[in-house]
Ligand binder design. Sequence first.
Ligand SMILES: [Fe+2]
Length: 247
Amino acid sequence: MFGFFSGKSKKVEEVVDLSVLETDIHSHLIPGVDDGSQSMEESISLLKQLKELGYKKVITTPHIFYDSFIDGYDILYQKLEDLRLKVKENNIDIEIVLSGEYLLDDDIKERVEKNQILSFGDNYLLFEFPMRNEPMGYEEWLFDLQLSGYNLILAHPERYTFLNNDIKKYYKLKDRGILFQVNISSFSGYYGEHIQKLVEKLTNENLVDLIGTDCHGQRHIDALKKSLHSPVLKQLVNSGRLINNKL
Ligand SMILES: [Fe+2]
């Protein structure tokens, strides 16, 4: 009668361990400069949680488009310094690097000419497309950026409506040497079921190079934690093909 429970121990699910990544390359944690964190308190709370998730370094990437920060990035650097000080005061052992998430539009050309691109690491440049409409002539723009020496990373390729779920378009971008950074939250359907399916497809086709939190606020940490139960994400993180820890 005592055998009733024997051999039936419940299997404990192992969630995805993000600490192997070491570096997050996409977030909006400089307080009050874009649609990301709106206060120092919020940024500190988010950074604390990112540290608990295993990150050692975050590259924070405010949205840069049209005429934003057109007179220079002084305000970003000033706020970065304030944030680093607060992080230290709060004993959070995490490195913060400033870069940007550049919208591919007319103004990026001017910024390249003026040497006003905040790249990181080995001249990596994180960029995004407009969500819905295909930017006219974007292939030429990408080529010009590469000629200028930038290593291009496309932020959340799974989210653009104009790519229309067409895997051939993704291969075309990859053939041009564009790296793909998908959002961790996409794996739990945070942006919708079709985006979850697409991110799984991109993963299964071995097209994903980097994963990012794209953390704007607490909602993204919560969604990210749900994704830690995704078997597809687990397979990706354990595959060794992600290059987060090399940046
Ligand atoms: Fe972003």
